[in-house]
Design a protein around this ligand. Structure first.
Ligand SMILES: Cc1ncc(C[n+]2csc(CCOP(=O)(O)OP(=O)(O)O)c2C)c(N)n1
Ligand SMILES: [Mg+2]
Length: 637
């Protein structure tokens, strides 16, 4: 039995001696390598915080003391130590532990996460609640250097430093976001860590302080002055000190005795405290240490060779097809730029950055800033393509309305991971963008049915210099080979595409649901239902001429979308259909989309089936609409 096997809760960990803790850390690493090599998941982030996690649960009295992990992708060691080691092999799979933190899952997951930079705000709220209730426990936020590129973290530091509340922030600095970290704060942190002068001179000031104790008052007051000066000039964390935090560090995050000693001290202090911990992303797995970008998240891999499982099927991901298309478009359009919010690899835009470094901007985990920055570019006639996942673009909603739409600026929004996202679960779902973008005046909202159409719509959005445009595509492989851009036909603005002409029933499908709708129509044909299928690639504006034809020629309409059923394509089309109802009083309409509830992690196909958005689900819904008799009656009329 390993030491880890004996730890069912952190209380068991706290019963061990300090000298046993390095072995616990080793056991956790072995467990992580073992499980993630089989099932995949976030890898390098967790490996980097093994000692930190052990030390935190050892020194703090969890769950009474509250640990609030930022993002949660580094939370695997925390899960292993807090009662979820046995279930760990089911991580990110249906019914297993979530890949992030979730309050439903464990009392040790104090605050759910998935998006970056919420930890300090949440911790401050918890500390304020504690003080209101007159309780006593420690509140500890653990935030990465990448998350510290997000404005929310500064709003929280600003508020917390001023508040004087008891709150501890652990800055887990591994000099990496998913990609190498960016920005001035990142440079500042690096200077703290790498500049030996800072550290040496601080030690000397301390030395003088301790010696003068024996020499006398005069020298002491001189020394205090020196310390003040020294603090201003030399204290490495002066930025945090000036914000009202007591700064401690840098501390080696893989040196357990150093971590334990520091945390033990810091725990005793009061007020806002920040501990700067230096870690190595991927620590303990050589390949992940060498290439933490690739090993940020891993697919199943061979433990020895490190070879990751290749994708089946041969067709590229939408992400890759998009990245390739961007490079082709960049050659034809020197005015075009690409903006990423810390996701060069996730969005596939890194290739554009390699080809045109001057026209590529990584703004950090700062989606709101990225959008307003793009609006600035657009005012000068530069064309920004803002590539942000559907879920993260939620962070930029005011910038979209206030900075882009009201000024009707030509900004192109490319949203990867739109729709059901699979194993990342509820925090990463791209289910809301249709609803939130439809509400924005001037915004063109587009959803391609496949990779070729994605590039055609992207080209259209770049060339059509008239206001904001958005397009959404899924976390999936393209359904068919994507030709070179020159061989992809132009799409005329605002037009739908009638893919199949039937009678009675019309399936009005958008984006990823178009091909499954076609398949559903084929299934229905065998049952005597001959459905029309329309590719509604423009969700806004709608193709009024084609819609009029559909209403004229059919008696039942079913809209289909891979987005929340609330205020989506179907809901917006209802308005148009209702105004035609006076001429067509018997027109039936039904709306199919993702039900209005939280979807937990599972594979994307499991989620599509659950939402009734695969071919079988679409056929079932269409069948029941047809069964209302109207369609058959129309067919025989
Ligand atoms: C708002 C938001 N944008 C983007 C992401 C995607 N993302 C997940 S982890 C990460 C990097 C975080 O870096 P850091 O906080 O330093 O953690 P590390 O992986 O280095 O431990 C990014 C960009 C996110 N989770 N949330
Ligand atoms: Mg980092």
């Amino acid at each position: 039995m390993s030491l880890l096997d004996r730890i069912l809760t952190p209380a068991d960990l706290r019963n061990l001696t300090e000298t046993e803790l390095p072995q616990v850390a080793q056991d956790i690493r072995d467990r992580m390598v073992d499980v993630i090599s089989k099932v995949g998941g976030h890898f390098a982030p967790g490996l980097g915080v093994v000692e930190l996690t052990v030390a935190l649960h050892y020194i703090f009295d969890t769950p009474r003391d509250r640990l609030i992990w930022d993002v949660g992708h580094q939370g695997y060691p925390h899960k292993i130590l807090t009662g979820r080691n046995e279930a760990f092999p089911q991580i990110r799979q249906k019914g297993g532990p979530s890949g992030f933190l979730s309050r439903n899952e464990s009392e040790y997951d104090v605050f759910g996460a998935g998006h970056a930079a919420t930890s300090i705000s949440a911790a401050l709220g918890i500390a304020a609640a504690r003080d209101l209730k007159g309780e006593a426990f420690e509140v500890v936020a653990i935030i990465g250097d990448g998350a510290l590129t997000s404005g929310i973290a500064y709003e929280a530091l600003n508020n917390a430093g001023h508040s004087d509340r008891d709150i501890i922030v652990i800055l887990n600095d591994n000099e990496m976001s998913i990609s190498p970290n960016v920005g001035a704060i990142h440079k500042y942190l690096t200077r703290i860590v790498t500049n030996p002068i800072y550290n040496r001179m601080r030690d000397e000031v301390k030395n003088i302080m301790s010696r003068t104790g024996a020499i006398g008052d005069v020298m002491q007051s001189v020394a205090i002055k020196m310390e003040e000066m020294g603090k201003t000039l030399l204290t490495p964390g002066i930025l945090f000190e000036e914000l009202g935090f007591r700064y401690v560090g840098p501390v080696d995050g893989h040196d357990l005795p150093a971590l334990l000693g520091t945390l033990r001290n810091v725990r005793e202090w009061a007020g806002p405290r920040l501990v700067h911990v230096i870690t190595k992303k991927g620590k303990g797995f050589a390949l992940a240490e060498e290439n933490p970008v690739v090993w940020h998240g891993a697919t199943p891999f061979d433990k020895i060779s490190g070879e990751m499982a290749k994708k089946k099927g041969g067709l590229p991901a939408y992400t890759a097809a998009f990245g390739k298309g961007l490079v082709e478009l960049g050659a034809a359009h020197p005015e075009m730029t690409v903006i990423t919010a810390a996701m060069p690899s996730g969005t596939g835009t890194g290739a554009f950055g390699d080809a045109y470094p001057d026209r590529y901007f990584d703004v950090g985990i700062a989606e709101g800033h990225g959008v307003t920055f793009s609006a600035g570019l657009a005012t000068e006639g530069i064309v920004p393509v803002v590539a942000i996942y559907s879920t993260f673009l939620q962070r930029a909603y005011d910038s979209i309305i206030h900075d882009v739409a009201i000024q009707n600026l030509h900004v192109v929004f490319a949203m990867d991971r739109a729709g059901l996202v699979g194993n990342d679960g509820p925090t990463h779902m791209g289910l809301y963008d249709i609803a939130y973008l439809l509400a924005v005046p001037n915004m063109t909202v587009m959803a391609p049915k496949d990779g070729a159409e994605m590039l055609a719509l992207l080209r259209l959005a770049i060339e059509r210099a008239d206001g904001p445009h958005s397009l959404r595509y899924p976390r999936d492989n393209v359904p068919a080979v994507v030709p070179a851009l020159a061989d992809i036909p132009q799409v005329e603005y605002g037009t739908w595409e009638v893919l199949r002409r039937g009678e009675g029933l019309a399936l009005l499908a958008t984006g990823t649901t178009v091909l499954p709708a076609l398949e559903a129509a084929q299934r229905l044909e065998a049952e005597g239902i001959n459905a029309t299928v329309v590719n509604c690639r423009f969700i806004k504006p709608i193709d009024e001429a084609t819609l009029a034809w559909v209403i004229e020629r059919h008696t039942a309409l079913l809209t289909i979308e891979e987005g929340t059923i609330v205020n989506g394509f179907g809901a917006s089309l209802t308005r148009h259909v209702e105004s035609a109802r006076r001429q067509h009083p018997k027109l039936l309409m039904d709306v199919l989309g993702v039900p209005d509830r939280i979807f937990e992690h599972a594979t994307r196909s499991e989620q599509l089936a659950e939402a009734g958005l695969d071919a079988a689900g679409i056929a079932a819904r269409a069948r029941s609409l047809a069964a209302d008799g109207v369609v058959r009656a129309a067919r025989t009329a």
